[in-house]
Write a protein that binds this ligand. Structure first.
Ligand code: ZN
Length: 243
């Protein structure tokens, strides 16, 4: 970004207090990727910026490039997901989606697909979709879009289709002949669910009814996959989830 004013449509991933009265806002935008911007005076009672830069806001924003960060000069919210901040059952899940995205997306890369995925996921969470189903789908899809595609169709060693051992190190399945000690046994049902989550849109997940235990299996393999391949460090909001 050069010395200039610019517009961007995007989502507020994170906000932090800065100095006496400002907020530092982490944006995920269609046009400029992920970046931090300062909302000057946003903590003052009469601030016109404050409501538009709340966490879980999707909108149009204007910026001017400052010396250190872009400065938010205007906002026009399109959708506000206020319920996430007001409902203690929803808040940790919304926070988790944001934190995972913030840690995985590093900078100003173009990320239209990830913006669309997160926006669809905020809408689904707001609409009452099973929170754990949404999180497992989000983990798989986000990793896939970021280029870390888990290999869930056949053995990564020999190609055998009858493979039900997940190897975090390989980032995919192994059959009984190829697997070593560090594998996780996964049911056929949980694998079928994971494949479906990867190819289905978030909007269609309302039709799914996972069997008991399948989401817990996916939580185990997703956690292991992220730990081995994405190196995101601790996801603090994960401790707040009811898995
Ligand atoms: Zn094999």
């Amino acid at each position: 970004m050069s010395e200039r004013s610019f517009k961007a449509r995007g989502l507020v991933l994170r906000t932090r207090n800065l100095g006496e009265a400002d907020r530092l806002v982490t944006m995920l935008t269609f046009e400029e990727g992920k970046f931090e911007a300062v909302a000057k005076g946003a903590r003052k009672i009469k601030s016109k910026l404050a409501a538009g830069i709340d966490l879980f806001t999707f909108g149009n924003f204007n910026f001017h490039q400052g010396k250190t960060w872009p400065i938010v000069t205007g906002q026009d919210p399109i959708e506000r997901f206020n319920r996430f901040r007001e409902d203690p059952d929803l808040f940790p899940y919304g926070l988790y989606l944001n934190e995972l995205t913030d840690k995985l997306i590093s900078g100003c890369e173009k990320c239209d697909a990830i913006c669309n995925l997160l926006l669809a996921s905020w809408r689904a969470l707001d609409g009452g979709l099973d929170k754990n189903l949404l999180c497992r789908a989000y983990e798989l899809k986000l990793a896939d879009l970021a280029g870390y595609h888990p290999h869930l169709h056949s053995c990564a060693g020999c190609g055998s289709p009858s493979s039900t051992f997940f190897s975090p190190r390989q980032g995919g399945l192994l059959c009984s002949k190829c697997c070593g000690a560090d594998v996780i046994n996964v049911s056929e049902g949980a694998l079928a669910l994971a494949r479906h989550l990867l190819k289905s849109s978030i909007e269609k997940l309302t039709l799914l009814r996972p069997l008991p235990g399948q989401l817990e299996e996916l939580a185990t393999i997703n956690t292991a996959f992220y730990a081995h391949h994405l190196d995101l460090g601790e996801i603090k909001s994960r401790r707040l989830l009811l898995t």
